[in-house]
Design a protein around this ligand. Structure first.
Ligand code: NAG
Ligand code: NAG
Ligand code: NAG
Length: 430
C-alpha cells in the first residue's frame, strides 16, 4: 500500500473594506447607478458662431454643428449645450470634455467635467472559490481584486489551516501491479491488473508490444475502483507478449509492463525436511495449465564469506503428464555435507519454455548453528528469499515474503517541507 500524506492548505482571506474619499476633481459629479447626469457647458457666444463638441477621451459624443452625427445610447446634448447621460453605469465614470470652437482669431476653449458613479465595494478572489488546488512544491499565487467607487481600501488577514489529508494535492499516476507476469495457456481466461492511484484521476490505456490493444468481445477492459484490468477470454498464443498499462493525467504518465506467457509460474517450495544428516527432502508446487516436462534443481553451499559459488544443477524429469494447473513434486537431495548451510531454487519447463526461478530456499543440514544473518541475504536475481532454518532438534521454517523486504520505499514517510509563497496582487480598477 502506498502511504500518502499531504499537507493541504486552506487559505481564507478576510478582506476588510472601508470607504474613503478619493481626491477627485472638484467639478466631479458624484452619482449612483441608473441616475441621469447633466453636465453643463458654459459658453458665452458673444454673438460669434460657436460650435460645441463633447468628447470623452478620443470619442466624440456630440457635436452642436451636426446634431445627426452620432447617436450614442443614453447620451444627448441639449440646446443649451449641456450633455445628458442617462442611466449611468460604472463604466461611465471618467472625464468629459466640452470643447467650444470659435472662428479665428479665437481658438477653442475646453471645460472638463467628471462623472463618478458610486457603487458599493465588492471583492473577488482569484481563485474564486478561495481554495487552492496545488502541486507539491508549487508557488502559490492568490489575488484579490477589489471594485468600488470610491476605491475601497483593503487590508488582508490570513487564516491558514493545515489539514492532514490525501485529498487535494495533485500527483502523477502511480501504478502498483501485483504480478509483472501472468501465466496463461490457450483457451483459458487471463486477467491483467494494475492498480492506479492519481489525482486528478488517470486515464488508463493498454498496449501490447507497443501497439494499442484492440478491444473486442474477447478482449475487454474494465475498472473496479482503482484497479484497471484487461481481461482476455479464451487466450490464444497470439495474445502472449508484453502488455503495458499506461496511466496518464495532466501531471504525468506512469506505466508498468505485465507479461502474458505460457511458461509456468515460478515454483514454490512447500516443504523441506532433513531425512538424514546428509539428505534433505523437498516438496514444491508449480502452476501451469499445461504439463511440466522437467525441473531444474539448483543448489550450492551458502556462506557469507564465500559467495557466488557455482550452482550445482540437477535436471529432474517431472514424471507426470498431468494437465494441471497445479503440479507437485517431491525430491530427495542426498550426499550433502552435515552441519552445512545451503541454498536452492527450482525452475520448471513446459512446452513454452523455462519458468522464472523460484524464491531461493535456504536450509542447513543437521548440526549447523543458527545464524541470524541467514535470512537477510540478497536473493537470486531479484527473486525473493525463502529461508528454512534447521534449528535442531526440530526443523524450523521461515519464509520472508518479498513484500516485507522490497517495498521499503512505500513505508517510508517522507517529510516534505512545502513553502507557500503568497504573492498578493491587488489590481486597481478604474
Ligand atoms: C439599475 O438598473 C438595472 C436594470 O433596470 C437594475 O438591474 C439594477 O439593479 C439597477 N441598479 C441600481 C443600483 O439600482
Ligand atoms: C439645459 O437644459 C436642460 C433641459 O432643458 C435643463 O434641465 C438644464 O438645467 C439646462 N442647463 C443649464 C445650465 O441651463
Ligand atoms: C525420500 O526419502 C524418504 C526417506 O528415506 C523416502 O521415504 C521417500 O520415498 C523418498 N522420496 C523420494 C521421492 O525418493
Amino acid at each position: 500500500m502506498v502511504q500518502r500524506w499531504f499537507i493541504c492548505v486552506t487559505v481564507v482571506g478576510i478582506w476588510i473594506l472601508s470607504c474613503k474619499s478619493s481626491n477627485s476633481a472638484q467639478t466631479a459629479v458624484k452619482t449612483f447607478q441608473n441616475n441621469t447626469v447633466i453636465l453643463p457647458c458654459h459658453v458665452e457666444s458673444l454673438g460669434v458662431q460657436t460650435i460645441v463638441r463633447w468628447w470623452r477621451e478620443d470619442t466624440l459624443l456630440a457635436d452642436s454643428s451636426d446634431p445627426n452625427l452620432i447617436h450614442l445610447p443614453r447620451i444627448k446634448m441639449w440646446d443649451n449645450m449641456s450633455l445628458e447621460v442617462s442611466q449611468v453605469q460604472p463604466q461611465d465614470s471618467g472625464k468629459y470634455v466640452c470643447q467650444a470652437s470659435r472662428p479665428a482669431p479665437w481658438g477653442h476653449v475646453t471645460q472638463v467635467q467628471t462623472i463618478e458613479v458610486l457603487y458599493p465595494p465588492s471583492i473577488h478572489s482569484v481563485p474564486e472559490a478561495g481554495e487552492l488546488e496545488v502541486n507539491f512544491g508549487d508557488e502559490v499565487e492568490m489575488a484579490c481584486i477589489a471594485k468600488g467607487v470610491p476605491y475601497p481600501s483593503i487590508s488582508w488577514r490570513m487564516k491558514v489551516n493545515f489539514v492532514w489529508c490525501n485529498l487535494w494535492l495533485k500527483y502523477k499516476p502511480e501504478i502498483e501491479s501485483k504480478k509483472s507476469w501472468i501465466h496463461a495457456s490457450p483457451g483459458i481466461r487471463a486477467q491483467l491488473d494494475c492498480k492506479v492511484t492519481a489525482y486528478p484521476d488517470a486515464k488508463v490505456d493498454w498496449f501490447i508490444e507497443n501497439e494499442r490493444v484492440t478491444y473486442s468481445s474477447r478482449i475487454v477492459k474494465f475498472i473496479a475502483g482503482q484497479v484497471h484490468s484487461l481481461v482476455i477470454r479464451n487466450v490464444r498464443p497470439s495474445d502472449y507478449g508484453y502488455y503495458i498499462c499506461r496511466a496518464t493525467n495532466d501531471l504525468g504518465v506512469s506505466e508498468t509492463s505485465i507479461e502474458l506467457s505460457g511458461i509456468a509460474n515460478a515454483a514454490v517450495f512447500k516443504e523441506s525436511n532433513p531425512i538424514a544428516t546428509n539428505a534433505y527432502n523437498f516438496i514444491w508446487e508449480v502452476d501451469s495449465y499445461i504439463p511440466i516436462i522437467e525441473y531444474q534443481f539448483w543448489f550450492r553451499k551458502y556462506s557469507t564469506l564465500d559467495r557466488g559459488r557455482d550452482w550445482h544443477k540437477l535436471f529432474i524429469p517431472s514424471g507426470s503428464d498431468a494437465i494441471g494447473p497445479l503440479h507437485g513434486k517431491s525430491f530427495n537431495l542426498t550426499g550433502l555435507t552435515p552441519a552445512t548451510y545451503y541454498e536452492a531454487l527450482i525452475l520448471s519447463r513446459n512446452r513454452y519454455g523455462w519458468s522464472k526461478p523460484s524464491k531461493i530456499l535456504r536450509f542447513a543440514t543437521e548440526g549447523a548453528a543458527r545464524k541470524d544473518h541467514y535470512k537477510v541475504e540478497a536473493a537470486y536475481e531479484g527473486s525473493p528469499l525463502a529461508v528454512i532454518m534447521n534449528d535442531s532438534p526440530t526443523p524450523r521454517s521461515e519464509t520472508l515474503n518479498s513484500a516485507s523486504i522490497v517495498n521499503t520505499r512505500d513505508s517510508t514517510l517522507s517529510i516534505v517541507l512545502v513553502v507557500f509563497l503568497l504573492s498578493i496582487s491587488l489590481e486597481q480598477l478604474l
